[in-house]
Design a protein around this ligand. Structure first.
Ligand code: KG4
Ligand code: ZN
Length: 338
């Protein structure tokens, strides 16, 4: 039997510097250096992010190799995130990947970050069942919100996406309005656990498989402005209920779109992916709806939802099997679309 390839994955599209080693579908190591520095600015500052990647990337690689117990010369390929993402951040991972390939004589594999989020479902994990093709995937992150028909690891079709803000972006911006630190998504999730969803905000009127979150953001902004005029402690007094209301409304929207996509395609296998797929209510509601409607729901382990390099190595593995390599003239594509 042929040996499974050892693939090093590099993720540097935004503010997490990640390097992972996979043997086939199995993770040998998955190291992420989070850039806490952005918290004080309330969002990612691109130039600071690139500088932090530059500082972190070698130590993160050394740690990933040490944890995997392998040396560089045992690797079979290097996979990196080509886009979408922040140009300066992508260039750090890309240049590092190129240098490794040049010095080690290895093939270079370019990975689409959004496809990698989806293909994270194929990382071997006791707690998760791998989806069967074709399946639908709702990819929800800080930069994107997409409903995707996944026909194979190589063939994906975007059925609909956001017309403005991504869902994670809405979470983070609304959290900022409420005085929470960046990234606000996990904090809203946390406070929502103790709240009651008693506030309602307007729902966007867009196509059946399209999304829009900027109206919700503005709606919350005006609502808070009016309430704060009446009571300057409104947010503090109602934080849990505000978070629960917001989370409930966002989950309602997402569930409705998934149901529309199932009706449109007839595919009853539904996955979620991306950082916002770590959200407790979205996970719980999808599991419940799937049970009621006899769908298969694929809910990834939380560790593979937010940006990580294991998903990049996983996506790289499928391209490696096909011999889909790129040459060293490859460039980063901040607006890459598949
Ligand atoms: O996929 P990701 O790590 O990075 C991008 O590719 O954008 O997603 C990051 C996003 C952030 O907006 C963050 O607030 C959100 O995922 N997020 C969450 C949760 N955990 C992370 N949003 C809601 N609930 C969570 N538990
Ligand atoms: Zn991401």
């Amino acid at each position: 039997m042929q040996k499974e390839p050892l693939i090093l994955g590099i993720e540097s599209s935004c503010d997490d510097t990640g390097i992972a080693v996979l043997l086939g579908h199995r993770i040998l190591s998955n190291v992420v250096a989070n850039q806490e520095v952005h918290k004080k600015y309330g969002g990612v500052v691109p130039e600071i992010a690139s500088r932090a990647h530059q500082k972190n990337i070698v130590p993160v690689m050394s740690e990933a190799l040490a944890q995997a117990g392998i040396a560089l010369d045992q690797l079979d390929a290097i996979a990196f995130t080509k886009g979408p993402g922040l140009l300066g951040s992508l260039l750090v991972g890309l240049s590092f990947a190129k240098s490794l390939c040049l010095s080690l004589g290895l093939p270079l594999v370019a990975v689409d970050h959004m496809q990698a989020h989806i293909l994270a479902h194929f990382i071997e994990d006791e707690a998760a069942v791998k989806p069967e093709f074709p399946f639908l995937c709702l990819t929800i992150s800080g930069g994107h919100t997409q409903l995707v028909k996944v026909k194979s690891p190589h063939e994906m079709e975007v059925l609909g996406q956001t017309l403005d803000d991504a869902v994670g972006e809405a979470y983070d911006k609304i959290a900022k309005m409420m005085g929470l630190t960046y990234p606000g998504g996990p904090l809203i999730d946390k406070y929502a656990q103790s709240g009651v969803p008693r506030f309602r905000f307007s729902k966007p009127k867009v196509g059946k498989m399209e999304f829009s979150f900027s109206g919700l953001k503005t709606g919350v902004l005006y609502f808070l402005r009016d309430e704060l005029k009446k009571d300057s402690d409104f947010i503090t007094k109602n934080l849990n209920d505000l978070c629960a209301s917001l989370q409930h409304q966002i989950t309602d929207i997402l569930m409705e779109k998934i149901q529309n996509a199932v009706a449109h395609t007839g595919i009853k296998r539904v996955a979620i992916a991306g950082g916002v797929a770590a959200n407790s209510e979205i996970r719980a509601r999808l599991a419940k709806v799937a049970e009621e409607k006899a769908w298969h729901a694929y809910i990834p382990p939380r560790a593979y939802t937010t940006d990580n390099a294991a998903m990049v190595a996983m996506a790289g593995y499928f391209k490696y099997l096909k011999g889909d390599f790129c040459d060293l003239s490859v460039n980063a594509e901040p607006r890459l679309r598949f």
